[in-house]
Design a protein. Structure first.
Length: 132
């Protein structure tokens, strides 16, 4: 069994992260000692690591909840999980495209700025002002 601090250390997160996931229902309410201290099991640690890893791969808390439900449902299939991953890939690809467009636009704006003028006359700031 782990205390909250021990669980946090094992998972590489802070205590507030654990409490947050409990409030969101991603981690079940832990057992308590007679003194009221939380006690977590090895399964809680596995679940916490699952959440952290899924988040690191870009899944939202809502999506993590869905993955957790798929994980424990006896009727879920690997194909359903693969579909969630493919949906996430599509979203990531869209974000990458958007980031590439932003990068290209900023490179053009950056090239138009010589750096010698006062900030009030900066072409980058002027371009931002002119945008809708």
């Amino acid at each position: 069994m782990f205390s909250t601090g021990q669980l946090a250390a094992q998972a590489g997160v802070n205590v507030e992260t654990i409490r947050f996931y409990e409030r969101k229902g991603l981690l079940p309410s832990p057992q308590r000692t007679p003194g009221g201290f939380r006690q977590y099991s090895q399964n809680d640690l596995k679940r916490l690591r699952f959440i952290i890893t899924a988040k690191r791969h870009g899944f939202t808390l809502h999506e993590v909840r869905e993955l957790l439900e798929l994980r424990v449902s006896p009727t879920s299939t690997c194909a359903q999980v693969r579909q969630k991953a493919r949906e996430k890939i599509k979203i990531i690809d869209e974000k990458l495209g958007e980031l590439q467009r932003m990068r290209k636009a900023l490179k053009v704006l950056s090239a138009s700025c010589h750096g010698d003028d006062p900030a009030g006359e900066c072409p980058i700031l002027e371009a931002f002002e002119a945008q809708d």
